[in-house]
Design a binder for this molecule. Structure first.
Ligand code: IMP
Length: 435
């Protein structure tokens, strides 16, 4: 019985898709447990690139079960689109399971997402407009539609008869001109149910059975710790719990089942969306990192804001997730940057701040306390791959110093290092760290 949780330690886009795809080789089941189609996980296999929003990143390994847990909010239209696209590329996708308790992102959630963002002014989060917030609002408000409802046409109709007039009032009050039709939504919902029925299961029972049989289960976090509804930069983050504990509630397993929590950390920091960002860079250096790291949102295509690695953020992630290991990604992107720096703490009102503040006002006023690092040489693409194959000692000395420093500062071992997008560009240090 063994379950590993992989979470983002920053603001999402840390490279979780690649890490999951790598770890999936030795897992039996991959589970998404929160978020929805706001996520964008990129997996590269050989020369082929795949971008997933809802499908778990283990889906390219047909022999593994891939589960969308009850904690995810699922847009069925998007899910069907992803399944069809993958079928078009030769995958059967018969290894997909969706929890009957997962909530459905309805078309009106996307309309309300846009209207609420427009109404929020300075407090808008810059959402992906995928209806995530409004879908979670309805889940918590007990006005949600679950996958099980899509399979019961009479229940679906009764729910829509209650919900749709309420949503219509919200849309109109927010200045929207859209008119909702119960009939059309019912037809749409029933069609989704019919199409996805073969994938819908009680995911908690399935996972319990797998764990009892000694199968290895990998929980795939979406977004990142600092976007979490409880622990992130409220109200600029997302609407789900993105921390490791959410794997238990969002997967339907007990927390005692989880033995390992891996935090994926980009060697620098990036952010799509609004809100304070203490180590943010601007000008040619930011431009250079953005272009070299292809830092454009997988879901929205928006250019990502970039900055130095922030150890205040990382220490916080270690604590709230109980990280047992780090996976440091994108080390190749930082190569050759002469003015490399890391944020050790913040300065605020003449005081040193080591713990991430709850107040967004304070965070916006924080100045980073930076420490300089020697740059490492930029190897050509193939050379990175060769070095990864040869092992840790083949990496540039300055790079090793950087990752060892980070690991020592936050008190968590480096389990994986990534120096490129492919599966082969990964160094697995777990034997070295005795895990
Ligand atoms: P929402 O999740 O679409 O409601 O967006 C809320 C905030 O989270 C926005 O600032 C988004 O840019 C950000 N966000 C949501 N999903 C991701 C992700 O997968 N990666 C990075 N940022 C995300």
């Amino acid at each position: 019985m063994s379950a590993t949780v992989v979470v983002g330690a920053q603001w999402g886009d840390e490279g979780k898709g690649k890490v999951i795809d790598y770890l999936a080789e030795r897992a039996d089941v991959v589970v998404r447990f929160q978020g929805g189609a706001n996520a964008g996980h990129t997996v590269q296999v050989g020369d082929e690139t795949y971008k997933f929003h809802l499908l778990p990143s283990g889906i390219l390994r047909p022999e593994k079960l891939n589960v969308i847990g009850n904690g995810v909010v699922v847009d069925p239209a998007k899910l069907i689109e992803e399944v069809d696209a993958l079928r078009g590329r030769g995958y059967e996708v018969s290894n997909l399971r969706v929890s009957d308790r997962a909530h459905v992102v309805m078309p009106y959630h996307k309309v309300i997402d846009r209207l609420e963002e427009e109404a929020k002014g300075q407090l808008k989060a810059g959402t992906t407009l995928r209806g995530i917030g409004p879908a979670y609002e309805d889940k918590v408000g007990r006005l949600g539609i679950r996958f099980v409802d899509l399979l019961e046409e009479d229940v679906l109709r009764a729910k829509l008869q209650l919900i749709v007039p309420i949503k219509q009032k919200v849309i109109t009050a927010l200045g929207g001109t859209e008119t909702l039709s119960i009939e059309e939504l019912h037809k749409q919902g029933a069609a989704w149910g019919a199409r996805l029925k073969e994938h819908v299961v009680d995911a908690s029972v399935l996972l319990d059975d797998q764990l009892r049989k000694g199968r290895r289960v990998l929980f795939e976090g979406a977004q990142g710790t600092h976007l979490c509804i409880d622990h992130g930069i409220y109200p600029f983050g997302t609407s789900s719990n993105c921390v490791a504990g959410a794997a238990a509630t969002g997967g339907g397993v007990g927390p005692t089942r989880i033995s390992t929590v891996l935090g994926v950390v980009k060697a620098y920091t990036s952010r799509v969306g609004t809100g304070p960002f203490p180590t943010e860079l601007s000008g040619p250096l930011a431009e250079y990192i953005r272009e070299k790291g292809k830092e454009y949102g997988t879901t929205t295509g928006r250019p990502r804001r970039v900055g130095w690695l922030d150890l205040v953020m990382l220490r916080y992630s270690v604590r709230v997730n109980g990280l047992t290991g780090l996976a440091v990604t994108r080390l190749d992107v930082l190569a050759g940057i002469p003015e490399l720096q890391v944020c050790m703490a913040y300065k605020h009102g003449g005081q040193k701040v080591r713990d991430f503040p709850a107040s967004m006002k304070v965070l916006a006023e924080c100045e980073p306390v930076l420490e300089a690092f020697d740059p490492w040489e930029d190897l050509a693409g193939e050379e990175w791959r060769k070095a990864a194959k040869q092992g840790y000692k083949a990496l540039p000395t300055e790079l090793r110093r950087y990752v060892e420093f980070v690991s020592a500062e936050v008190g968590v071992p480096n389990d994986l290092l990534s120096v490129g997008a492919g599966r082969e560009d990964t160094l697995d240090l777990r034997a070295k760290t005795a895990r």
